[in-house]
Design a protein around this ligand. Sequence first.
Ligand code: CAA
Length: 258
Amino acid sequence: MSEKEIIQVEKIDNVGLIRMNRPKAMNALNPGLLSSLMDALESLDNQDGIGSMVITGNEKAFAAGADIKEMSSANSIEMLKDDFIPSFDRILEIKKPIIAAVSGYCLGGGNELALSCDMIVASETASFGQPEIKLGIIPGAGGTQRLTKAVGKAMAMEMILNNRTLSAQEALDYQLVNYVEPLDEYLDKAINLAQEIARRAPLAVQLGKEAVNTSFETPLSRGLKEERFAFYLLFASQDQEEGMRSFIEKRDPDWQGK
Ligand code: CAA
């Protein structure tokens, strides 16, 4: 694996680990990094034997936002024509669970990327924020929407309007992250969590992820209908039969993803 690669992909057992690798720019998300990241996620999503993915940066920065230097001279029409935000949205099509392992700065588009993952494991040194207001702009990759759902209106307002950053512990208190771990343990924690999930019944994991995400997008009544449909659908799978039989026979299940 070359130091120069903008992302580094590794397979650890049944987990695909993707490291963003622009350390000199604090992993600022330029189009090249974003598209390589999304290509890697899509490739891992299609690989048998991989059950989940972890995205990480380095100890200093998960990602410090969209690349300000590349955006600084752009005007509205150029931004509209380049339209780089939809490249963030490619992550929404990924079927397998994605865990963000966050250390250091998780800012702007970096925080929006973490919010688009399914779970976040943070190191004690992580800090979360939407500093766009300092640049005279607002978040553009989902921050105003997803952050508000994650931390609530009052805190989202403070973060977006007044650059309030959350420490790892505050992020845990506000339910933005699942775990806070010491610096030398956060990545292992994220990988272990991803491995555990990857060992579970694949179809149920996929439909469970989809159903939870539906709750962000639709009114409750439609979300409940979709959940019920997915629940009934899983009774057509061999894994449901195997899961229930293994419980009754007091043994571990052997998942086939069928
Ligand atoms: N874009 C481009 N370059 C960045 C960057 C970014 N978002 N964040 C950091 N860098 C670069 C710095 O310019 C610097 O490069 P040079 O060595 O060439 O000068 C290098 O990374 C190291 O950064 P600092 O010297 O600033 O390091 P620091 O430890 O003093 O500060 C920091 C770290 C607090 C993260 C600071 O760099 C910072 O405030 N970065 C910008 C954060 C930000 O505003 N993010 C929002 C971007 S806009 C956005 O994301 C829009 C969206 O919703 C899609």
